[in-house]
Each structure stands twice: as structure tokens, then as C-alpha cells.
Design a binder for this molecule. Structure first.
Ligand code: SF4
Length: 224
């Protein structure tokens, strides 16, 4: 005996159940329509959901939450509406690029877009200015119901600290680690990502609050 504590190794499924037991169902993504998911997926880049929600509320109040309305809104006005989400100049350009794509390619019909198979749909999304892997998968999962696991900064931080994922790996390698370990199920991926967001916001923050974490006794706290 060397007095060291033996830490039980959790599986990715164990983590899901512990987080769900602790935080409860999340019903993520908070949006009324697939287009609202798309807009939120762009506005949430490099900011919190609280800031994103304020920007979306502004768009709703100004009756601007549709592809046509965004295309028709003056650049400065659009920037003003989404200002709470930060990086508002580049995000206004990204929203406009998304809406121009939707208009030109699908006549603003997300139903028509949803008929694309997974691979083509993801490639199309990635071809739009401002849409990278995470934003594309937010849209794939929450707007189009495709079973792709979303990897964000919270995912890297929480699972890196748990020693279950090398946080420096490429996006697609981390995504494969999840998709190879847990069933390809839209409802499960939907809920799991919501739990990761709430846990990263409330508990496994930059300065983690491990004493309030349901994973505490099984967490090696890598890099903490
Ligand atoms: S125990 Fe601490 S470091 Fe580990 S997941 Fe929980 S909050 Fe994060």
C-alpha cells in the first residue's frame, strides 16, 4: 500500500448518467424553429448562451428572425441587434452569408435542405462562411436531427480533466471517440450536449467547483 487513492475509471455512458442525475433533463437546444437553431449556432460562437439569448431576443423583437428579414436588414442595424453576442461585425457577416446561401440554394426552404443525406448536408454547411465543425454539428443535430456528437470547448475541458479525452486532439477525433463509445442516437446526443453545456457553465468552470460535482470521486482532475 502506498496510500494513493484508487480512482474508478468512468465510461462516457457513466458520465452521462451522473450528469443527468445531477442536473436533470436539459431539453437542449432552446429554440422554436430550425432556423432559430442555425442563428443561435452562429451567435453562440466564442460567447455564452446568456449573451446569445439576448441577441436572439433582439432579432425577434425587431421581427428579423427569418432568412429574408436578415438579408433585407441594413448591416449596421443587424450589428446593433446582435451586439450582445459579441464579435457582432463578423457575426453579422456570417448570418448574412448563411441567409444568402439558404435563399440561393434552397429558396429559404429548410424542408428542402433537410432532404440531403448526412455527408452532403454537413459539407454544404461547412462551405458557408463562418460555419466550422462545431457550428455545422450544432445545426446537424439540433436543426436537422442527425446523430452527430457536438464537441465544444466545454467538452474538451470536462473530459480532458476527467482523463477520458486528450483535449488537444482534432475535433473529428474527439467526436469519433464519443460516437464509437455511445449509441448513435439523436435524443441521447441532444441531451448529452445540453448536460455538458450546463456542467461547464455551472460546475466544471475555468475554476472548477469540484466539491459540487457528481464526478468528483472518480475525476483525476487532469491539469486542474
Ligand atoms: S471533479 Fe472538478 S475537474 Fe472533475 S469534472 Fe468535476 S468539476 Fe470538473
Amino acid at each position: 500500500m502506498n496510500g494513493e487513492r484508487t480512482i474508478p475509471q468512468l465510461s462516457l455512458t457513466d458520465v452521462y448518467h451522473l450528469l443527468r442525475g445531477h442536473h436533470g433533463p436539459q431539453k437542449w437546444w432552446p429554440a422554436d424553429t430550425p432556423f432559430e437553431v442555425m442563428v443561435g449556432a452562429i451567435l453562440v460562437q466564442r460567447t455564452t448562451w446568456a449573451n446569445t439569448r439576448r441577441a436572439i431576443e433582439n432579432l425577434k423583437l425587431a421581427d428579423t428572425l427569418s432568412p429574408g428579414a436578415i438579408r433585407d436588414t441594413q448591416e449596421e442595424e443587424l450589428q446593433k441587434l446582435i451586439r450582445p453576442s459579441g464579435f457582432f461585425r463578423s457575426k453579422a457577416r456570417k448570418l448574412r452569408a448563411l441567409c444568402e446561401f439558404l435563399g440561393e440554394r434552397y429558396g429559404d426552404s429548410l424542408e428542402a435542405m433537410s432532404e440531403r443525406p448526412d455527408g452532403e448536408l454537413r459539407e454544404e454547411l461547412l462551405s458557408i462562411y463562418g460555419v466550422g465543425d462545431e457550428t455545422a454539428d450544432d445545426i446537424m443535430l439540433y436543426a436537422f436531427g442527425r446523430p452527430l456528437f457536438v464537441v465544444d470547448a466545454y467538452t474538451r475541458r470536462i473530459f480532458g480533466r476527467l482523463g477520458l479525452v486528450d483535449r488537444k486532439l482534432k475535433y473529428t477525433d474527439i467526436q469519433s471517440a464519443f460516437q464509437d463509445s455511445i449509441p448513435r442516437d439523436v435524443a441521447l446526443y441532444n441531451e448529452y450536449h445540453g448536460l455538458i453545456v450546463v456542467h461547464g457553465n455551472s460546475t466544471c468552470k475555468t475554476r472548477p467547483v469540484c466539491s459540487e460535482c457528481p464526478l468528483d470521486t472518480a475525476c483525476p482532475k487532469v491539469g486542474v
